[in-house]
Every structure is written in C-alpha cells, then in structure tokens.
Write a protein that binds this ligand. Structure first.
Ligand SMILES: [Zn+2]
Length: 161
C-alpha cells in the first residue's frame, strides 16, 4: 500500500473542529472554497487536499445517506460530479481521477454528517510529485490559484433537474 505524504493535513488534525458543518458553512458564506452552488448540489475545494484540484461534490441538503436522496436528486448529484470532472480535465489536464464516497468514520469520512463525493485528479507520477508540496505554506496559494482557474468554468455550469 502506498502512503500519501500530506503534511499540510497536520493543520487539519491540529485545528479545532468547527461546530458547524463545512458544507453548510461554504453554502451560507459562499467563501473562497465554494466553486458552485446549484439548485440541489454544490462543489467546494477541499481545504485540506491530498493533491491540488481535490474537489468535493455534495447535495445542498444536509444529509448523510444516499437513500435520503430521491432519484432526480441522485441524477443531478452524479451530473454535477461529471461536470466537475469535465472542468478539471479542461483546466488541469490530469491523466485520470479517483472518485468516491467515504461513508462512515471507519471508511475515512472526515465529515460524515454531510454526504459528499471526492474527486481527486491524478497525474502519472503524482505520488512522487506530492513531496513538491511539502512546504505547508505553499498550499493556500495552490488552492486559491486553482480556485481562480476553476471558478470561471463552474460559473458557466447550468444543471436542471
Ligand atoms: Zn451540512
């Protein structure tokens, strides 16, 4: 098994857990991580990414289980995942993606109370390249630069249920 070296995650481990949910927070603040807010879905940048371009796609509803979504909401959620992949392909030209759901703490869910898909762009050799980001102070710049590159594309998304 490969272990990803992600030293900036220390910040996450050390930081006090926010009372509110980060997704609901991002929704109400429309902060510097919020890329897209649609009718029933939203896309935010992962503040503590494993790799640059790591996005989180979630329903707007604060729910924790897939069976709490109806069929149309499920469709829109997957459509949002697909659009996000399309934009990442365009802007960051990755070689592939890891996309998934972590359900429950045991599965590694950091924020288990609000359902979210992880979209992690991958490049050939990126597990080695991760050491490039070893300086923790570099990360916020990466995130805001990536945000500025992605935001105009997300602004053009139109999803209808
Ligand atoms: Zn929430």
């Amino acid at each position: 098994m490969k272990t990803m070296w992600a030293p900036w995650r220390i910040e996450y481990i050390k930081s006090e857990k926010a009372d509110g949910c980060v997704f609901c927070q991002a929704l109400s603040d429309r902060n510097e991580l919020t890329l897209y807010v649609g009718e029933s879905t939203m896309v935010v940048m992962n503040k503590y990414p494993y790799i640059n371009g790591h996005l989180l796609v979630s329903p707007i509803k604060h729910i924790s289980r897939l069976d709490q979504l109806n069929q149309s909401e499920m469709g829109i959620l997957l459509h949002t995942v697909e659009k996000s992949v399309e934009i990442l392909k365009q802007v960051m030209t990755p070689d592939g993606f890891n996309i998934g759901l972590n359900l429950g703490k045991v599965a590694g869910a950091g924020i288990e109370e609000h359902l979210h898909f992880h979209i992690v762009p991958r490049w050939f050799g990126d597990t080695n390249a991760l050491t490039v980001f070893a300086d923790v102070r570099v990360i916020p710049e990466h995130i805001s630069e990536t945000y500025n590159n992605l935001k105009p594309c997300f602004d053009k998304i139109v999803l209808t249920g």
